[in-house]
Design a protein around this ligand. Structure first.
Ligand code: HEC
Ligand code: HEC
Length: 423
């Protein structure tokens, strides 16, 4: 029998050879340069390519990428056996109910079926099999209390796994409630909350995980990778069929002018990543460039998640009660949230708003690659494009301004679906 040590050494050698070959093939520089410079193994993981010679910089990048991949795919940090890969598989970066069902059949001990994967955090796989959601428990920020439990410090929501495709490199707004300021804060949260770690990650490890998530395999197509590398934004595909071309019209930047439906999706899905409101957003009482909105998902609560009544305190009057399964961006803390989250309270009177206005607002996700990342919305309530569009029937009927002035026909829906498949 081969000793485990020997086979590990064998694997390491194989990995080094693959890494080395990749370095040569990808960077297209001469093998002599590398083989002539055996001393490069001294390069430490905290190396900075910008300060190194070409050969050393390539070695540095390769070492960091391999360690980032190991941390993402294999490192459990002494926790419950989960890694990032447990919930963010390579192909889609997310989990669908079909994925979860196949995983349970293949291995009932899969670390997915632990802790926040279980119905009440202790037992039961009904919810995750049905909806592929995970329990996300968060501290209540100072501006929120629960009506039925005023001393509660935390609250739990059922949320879908957001895909790790495209976002890490290209969208600074993280998590469906925008609570994470950057990828390092996000990773440390995942390691503590999902993996229940025994060992804390180091700063360098967090940096390597973040860096790895910006590497090639995390882009849904070459245009997005090019955008990350060069800043040249991807363009909306023109479409070939009549249906695709009609579908595209929903996403161009155009004034809100009902009953015309041109640009109706683009009001919120604009900019290079199709995840920011556009210049016409004020016509539906939103602000241009916002990374969050409400698509009416919590309001509709189509999958019947349990609801709570939150009191939203803003110091501008009596607290406002909001009954909802998930209050969204109001869970973020104005003191620590990034640029695009809720405004500081002192600015609200200027816009005639109360803080509760932002209840049930969520991060607007990018639509690039969306055909491969079902289910949709923060609660995974839409399992496919048809259910996603039923949500928009609800939104357009109940929206504060739209109020039924836009009605999607069956043909419109076919056209939108045809276009989304091109992204
Ligand atoms: C138990 C499953 C699980 C594990 C394990 C897990 N995640 Fe996640 N991840 C989620 C869920 C659920 C969300 C969305 C949470 C929310 O919106 O509140 C998420 C969100 C993210 C996002 C934000 C994407 C966006 O669009 O904003 C990134 C990035 C991410 N995870 C990376 C990681 C990394 C890195 C690790 C490992 C250190 C990891 N995840 C481990 C379930 C998981
Ligand atoms: C008022 C702003 C707004 C408009 C208009 C809008 N969306 Fe959205 N969209 C959002 C927000 C916000 C989300 C995330 C909602 C959530 O998770 O609760 C979202 C999510 C989505 C998703 C799910 C993406 C994912 O990865 O889960 C799809 C697909 C989508 N929108 C397509 C469309 C289409 C098609 C239209 C036009 C018919 C449209 N949107 C119009 C704001 C909007």
């Amino acid at each position: 029998m081969e000793s485990p040590l020997r086979s590990r050494a064998g694997t390491l050698i194989t990995i080094s050879i693959i890494a080395w070959t990749l370095a040569v093939v990808h960077q297209g520089f001469s093998p002599q340069t590398v083989s002539g410079d055996q001393g490069l193994t001294h390069i430490a993981l905290d190396c900075n390519p910008a300060e190194l010679s070409t050969a050393e910089a390539q070695q540095c990048e390769m070492r960091r990428r391999l360690e980032g991949q190991r941390l993402f795919e294999q490192e459990t940090f002494g926790g419950n056996g989960r890694t990032c890969l447990t919930c963010h598989p390579v192909e889609t970066g997310t989990l669908s109910p079909e994925d979860v069902q196949a995983r349970l059949v293949a291995d009932p001990d899969d670390p997915l079926f632990r802790h926040d994967g279980l119905d009440d955090g202790v037992a039961g796989t009904w919810r995750i099999l049905q909806h592929a959601t995970v329990r996300v428990t968060l501290p209540l920020p100072a501006h929120l209390t629960l009506l039925d439990d005023p001393n509660a410090t935390h609250v739990t929501f059922n949320r879908g796994v957001l895909t790790t495709l495209n976002t890490p490199a290209l969208d600074p707004a993280l998590m469906s409630d925008l609570r994470a300021a950057d990828l390092k804060v996000q990773a440390v949260g995942a390691i503590r909350d999902h993996a229940q770690n025994g060992v804390e990650p180091t700063e360098l490890q967090l940096e390597l995980i973040a860096e790895f998530q910006a590497s090639n395999r995390f882009f849904s197509n070459g245009h997005l990778r090019k955008f990350a590398e060069t800043g040249i934004p991807p363009q909306l595909p023109l479409g070939e069929t009549e249906s695709e071309k009609r579908g595209r019209l929903f996403f161009i930047d155009a004034p809100f002018d009902p009953p015309s439906k041109v640009g109706v999706c683009g009001l919120c899905h604009s900019g290079p990543m199709l995840n920011r409101t556009n210049q016409f957003a004020p016509m539906i009482a939103s602000v241009p460039g916002a990374a969050m909105e409400s698509a009416g998902v919590s309001e509709a609560n189509f999958i019947g998640n349990p609801v709570r009544t939150f009191l939203v305190h803003d110091g501008l009057g009596d607290p406002i009660p909001v009954t909802t399964p998930d209050i969204g961006v109001l869970m973020s803390n104005p003191a620590t949230t990034p640029f695009s989250a809720i405004p500081p309270t002192f600015l609200l009177p200027r816009f005639g708003l109360r803080l509760a206005f932002f209840a049930n607002f969520f991060k607007t996700p990018t639509l690039w690659g969306v055909k491969d990342t079902a289910p949709y919305f923060h609660d995974n309530s839409a399992k496919d494009f048809d259910q996603m569009l039923q949500q928009y029937d609800f939104l357009f009927l109940n929206h504060r301004v739209i109020q039924g002035q836009i009605v999607l026909t069956e043909q419109d829906k076919e056209d939108i679906k045809a276009f989304l498949k091109l992204l």
